[in-house]
Design a protein. Structure first.
Length: 135
């Protein structure tokens, strides 16, 4: 199940990334939330754990935004609840349900990405033809 999840996550990420590149430049330019981040952590392990969580959160937030561009709007609160439930080993879905849901979602993302790519190609072809006709 874990390997399927990883493969699904990778495939979904790749499908979205191929059609709508994710950049973190804007995030990198944002100022830190606190001036003294060391004060918020008791040791480097806490800081590293927080950094991993922040990185994962930023990645997921960007992924959700990119999926919205494909017409897919996932509930952020449910995503967070799923992560919390997984950490507490209290998932509301069986492993089989998770696997099936992720397979369905992957197909949906691929289909939406393909449709967007085809629409973009058609739009570009029409623009190119209009440009050629103008000459």
């Amino acid at each position: 199940m874990k390997s399927l999840f990883k493969a699904t996550l990778l495939a979904t990420t790749m499908a979205v990334a191929m059609h709508a590149p994710i950049t973190f430049a804007a995030d990198a330019a944002k100022p830190a939330a606190t001036a003294d981040s060391k004060a918020a952590f008791k040791n480097d392990d806490q800081k590293a754990a927080y950094a991993l969580g922040a990185s994962l959160g930023r990645y997921m937030e960007n992924s959700l935004k990119e999926q919205e561009k494909l017409g897919i709007k996932l509930d952020k609160d449910q995503l967070i609840a799923g992560v919390q439930d997984a950490f507490a080993d209290k998932s509301k879905l069986s492993d089989q349900e998770i696997e099936q849901t992720l397979q369905t979602f992957e197909a949906r993302v691929k289909s939406a990405a393909q449709a967007k790519m085809e629409k973009d190609a058609s739009d570009n072809e029409a623009k190119g033809q209009a440009f050629r006709d103008a000459d």
